[in-house]
Ligand binder design. Structure first.
Ligand SMILES: [Zn+2]
Length: 397
């Protein structure tokens, strides 16, 4: 069976295969390290962690890159308010991010790259776009000219008319409303201003991902992911940049997006002040409970956080935990084929984790019931238990 993932670009489930080599190369947008990450981030990164685990289980080598934005106005503002160097803020929350990911058993990232290490590459890419007449400078800022991109709007499925109504990085004199910043001029002598051939300033948000992708992947890659809120303008801009620089279309094969975690029907975000931080959620819950809660819903769904129903998964988690104590991980047999086939069918269908989880629960009950009635649990079932539990990312002692 071949894994299929819903591709925002083609609006259908596309086959997932490494395109140029044996290694599957994926990039997921990471956080801005201005504060602790929240349960919305957990929802996203658990989905991509499960994708990487499932690919690895299928024998695919995965190179999974996550970027962390460590230079951003929000970080500089916080540093000024707290009267500390900005690196005190970015280092602190970078480490907190690592620790939250570890707590949630999100272990599949191959590389976590900070944007500040890719300034030169960002400048180089912007200069390349300027040389190709795909970017222009206005008052010291450099913008991408979106009319030079073939089919700008193809990811967010917007018509030229719809795009004409949009404003991105609004500034007087731009050629088109949706032209986005590649390099932002900053003149005051505050921290975090880099002097470059483009003038003093900072790279725009979108070029940062391209700089990391071009540096690490060296060419086109297989999958780029994030939450749906990043489709426009962020990912749309990335496509324009990547394809403008390389002339390779598509530069990224699959664009995979996770639905949002809402709170009282609004997006959970720091700016709305309605976040539940992972570190706080873990005080009254545990990582396996959070994982089961998100796996119960399909990753593309957006839904309201309901802490009561999160806690309501305890019974199911107890059964999984009980089965884990009975099952031997290193039994010297193969995994039960029937169970693994139905589990695999669900996972291959755009990561149908609600179905996959129900199969794991069904097997867990079977194992627990057998053990209660003193029937020996076949080794193949024990192995299948671990095959599924590890793929879904449960951390069971
Ligand atoms: Zn990004």
């Amino acid at each position: 069976m071949v894994l299929t993932i819903f591709n925002t670009l083609t609006e259908k489930k596309d086959e997932v295969r490494p395109r140029d080599s044996e290694t599957f190369r994926m990039f997921v947008c990471g956080p801005t390290v201005q504060d602790n990450v929240h349960l919305g981030h957990a929802k996203t990164y658990i989905a991509f962690d499960v994708l990487a685990r499932w690919l690895a289980k299928k024998g695919v080598k995965v190179f999974f890159v996550v970027n962390v934005t460590d230079i951003d106005d929000k970080i500089f503002d916080r540093a000024r308010n707290e009267n500390v160097p900005y690196t005190a803020i970015s280092d602190r929350f970078f480490n907190e991010f690592l620790s939250d990911m570890k707590s949630l058993n999100i272990t599949t990232f191959s590389r976590i790259e900070t944007v500040s290490n890719y300034l030169e590459k960002s400048v180089e890419l912007v200069q390349d776009l300027v040389a190709k007449n795909k970017a222009y400078t206005l008052d010291g800022n450099t913008y991408f000219d979106t009319t030079t991109a073939a089919h700008f709007g193809k990811l967010s499925h917007q018509t030229p008319l719809q795009l004409r109504m949009k404003q991105v990085d609004a500034a007087p004199g731009k050629r088109n409303g949706v032209d986005f910043l590649l390099w932002r001029k900053i003149v005051d002598t505050q921290e975090g201003v880099w002097d470059s051939s483009l003038g003093p300033g900072r790279p725009g948000w979108h070029i940062q991902d391209s700089a990391i992708a071009f540096s690490l992947f060296k060419g086109p890659y297989d999958l780029h992911g994030g939450a749906t809120e990043l489709i426009f303008p962020h990912h749309e801009a990335e496509i324009a940049q990547n394809e403008g620089i390389s002339s390779i279309v598509p530069f990224v094969s699959i664009w995979m997006h996770t639905g949002l975690l809402l709170k009282n029907h609004e997006k959970m975000s720091k700016s709305l002040g309605n976040v539940v931080k992972i570190v706080d959620a873990l005080k009254n819950s545990n990582p396996n409970l959070i994982r089961i809660y998100f796996l119960r819903r399909h990753y593309r769904e957006s839904f309201d956080l309901d802490l009561k129903s999160l806690a309501g998964n305890q019974k199911d988690l107890d059964i999984i935990q009980e089965a884990s104590k009975i099952s031997k991980r290193n039994a010297s047999t193969g995994e039960d084929e029937e169970y693994m086939a139905s589990f695999g069918k669900a996972m291959d269908d755009d990561l149908d984790t609600p179905k996959a989880l129900s199969i794991l629960l069904d097997l867990s009950k079977k194992i627990v019931d057998a053990s209660k009635s003193s029937v020996e649990v076949p080794a193949e079932l024990q192995k299948a238990f671990w095959g599924m539990a590890d793929t879904l990312g449960f951390n069971l002692a």
